[in-house]
Design a protein around this ligand. Structure first.
Ligand SMILES: *Cc1c(COP(=O)(O)O)cnc(C)c1O
Length: 494
């Protein structure tokens, strides 16, 4: 069945998957949504016998219906290969009764690799399919992990350039070094004097500037986005929830059809939305537990039905979740209105104008699968330490938030359903925060000393992604303010 995409704000309809991937954001500022969410055409016991790559094909073919089988299988084979340090691609680790789904075995040791290893492949296939000769310029705002993962995916990919904006003082040292040492003649990194929301808003503004679009077109450029608003990122993220479920089934941890809960450390609401899509496709999922850090705008939203971004932006030890405007929530809003684009547009305009909006009781009822929770900085650190002391399993600060929220949820509800926790980054990426959570202050030690100590304590070898940056040359040093992002793009493309 052919699936077409429409903007959540009503301005575009009947867009093919490949066009939606190329565009990233819809012309009217909305997000592309499939007109229907497809359901599985394979049983879970069939899927259980498949490799990650095969499950990926079974999921992707349903959403990306204008790609041929050959195109999809080629994209998949080139994305999920030896870049990953395990053949399973996304292994499950059981610790203290929960299943940690490790999504950090790719190039840049964060879950963004799961989708960004394949997005560049989708884009080049989509450009060919749509006969596009322009150079595709990927503009991306990052809270720390997307930027590196996107550059790793797009570096030296013919017909593309990539420009990444990150909050200069809002990422971990490892995250920053990973970006600043990025190779590839087509990559640029810009530190902005602002937070992630400033970066994300700035990128959206550039996308909506029609004059600038024309100027770029005259020079043979066309913009696209690698942010999690791109449907080409959402779809690959559905795969690992399906894969986790069927592996639990294969390993006899659950019965066929048994409902599991899923807990996701959330920022831009992309990862957890993918889990929700998996549920809509027919995956037996009970509750979706949305875990926030101190920037608990989503927790408050699920508690009250009021989304209010007017609050202090807090820099935490889980920087990839330091976000007050969760872009992908717009897709859930759209679904909860019964796909009413006018209503969705109205709410999103309210958010821009007033900094908040309130959803109706009907809408809240349609979102009842979600539970919100949050963990403070201290609770997060305590959970990382507790889990390590009890089991020897070391988790990063984002997974720590999810783990903590999950344990609180069980205490409050006595819900004993088997639970998958999305483990979104390697602890090596946040070595200082993780080591300080376990051993107390590590002041005076440099990042790489801590990394070596982490290796001894965890028994997990230092990943290649870390070894790479130990002595790598700094290649990028552009900085700008939120107001000069567009002119910076112009300069880079000159
Ligand atoms: C991006 C990121 C998140 C948040 O994911 P969203 O899809 O933005 O909700 C959580 N943890 C890590 C490590 C990340 O990089």
């Amino acid at each position: 069945m052919a699936i077409y995409y429409s903007s959540t704000r009503g301005g575009e309809k009947n867009v093919t998957a490949s066009q939606a991937i190329l565009k990233g954001l819809a012309e009217d500022g909305g997000l592309f949504m499939p007109d229907t969410i497809p359901v599985f055409d394979r049983s879970f016991s069939e899927l259980a016998k498949m490799s990650y790559q095969e499950v990926a094909y079974e999921v992707m073919k349903l959403f990306l219906s204008d790609f041929t089988e050959e195109e999809l299988k080629d994209c998949i084979a080139r994305a999920y290969d030896s870049k990953f340090d395990t053949e399973e691609i996304a292994p499950l680790v059981k610790a203290d009764g929960a299943y940690y789904l490790e999504l950090f075995h790719g190039n840049t040791i964060a879950f963004k690799d799961m989708a960004l290893s394949i997005l560049p492949r989708f884009m080049t296939a989509a450009a060919r399919k749509n006969k596009i000769d322009n150079t595709i310029v990927i503009l991306t705002a990052t809270s720390g992990d997307t930027g590196k993962a996107a550059m790793a995916g797009f570096a030296d990919v013919e017909g593309t350039k990539i420009i990444v904006f990150y909050p200069k003082d809002g990422v971990s040292r490892v995250q920053e070094l990973q970006m600043l040492t990025q190779k590839g003649d087509n990559t640029s990194v810009v530190g902005i004097d602002g937070n992630f929301d400033d970066a994300q808003n700035g990128v959206k503004k550039i996308f909506n500037d029609k004059e600038f679009e024309k100027e770029l077109a005259a020079k043979g450029y066309q913009l696209s986005s690698a942010n999690s608003i791109n449907i080409g990122r959402l779809v690959p993220q559905i795969v690992y929830y399906v894969y986790a479920y069927v592996k639990l089934l294969e390993n006899g941890e659950i019965e066929d059809g048994e409902k599991i809960n899923i807990t996701v450390p959330t920022g831009n609401f992309g990862n957890i939305l993918a889990a929700y899509f998996a549920k809509q496709m027919g995956l037996p999922v009970g509750r979706l537990i949305c875990a926030s850090n101190d920037n608990k705008v989503l927790y408050d939203f699920f508690q009250t039905g009021i989304y209010d971004r007017k609050r202090e932006f807090i820099l935490t030890s889980s920087p990839s979740m330091d976000i007050l405007i969760s872009s992908n929530l717009e897709r859930l809003i759209y679904l909860s209105t019964g796909c009413d684009a006018a209503k969705t547009r109205e709410l999103m305009e309210e958010l821009t104008r007033d900094g908040k909006y309130t959803v109706t009781d009907d809408m809240r009822e349609r979102m009842a699968d979600f539970s919100g929770g949050y963990a403070t900085q201290e609770e997060n650190a305590a959970e990382i330490k507790r889990l390590f002391d009890d089991t020897g399993y070391m988790i990063d600060t984002h997974t720590g938030v999810a783990s903590c929220v999950y344990r609180k949820y069980v205490k409050e509800t006595n819900d004993t359903a088997k639970t998958v926790i999305a483990s979104t980054a390697s602890p090596y990426k946040f070595s200082r925060s993780v080591m300080e959570a376990i051993y107390g202050s590590e002041e005076g030690k440099d990042e790489f000393e801590l990394i070596d100590e982490m290796e001894k304590a965890s028994g997990v070898a230092v990943p290649a992604a870390i070894e790479e940056i130990r002595n790598a040359e700094i290649r990028h040093n552009i900085q700008c303010t939120p107001d000069t992002m567009e002119s910076t793009v112009d300069d880079i493309l000159k």
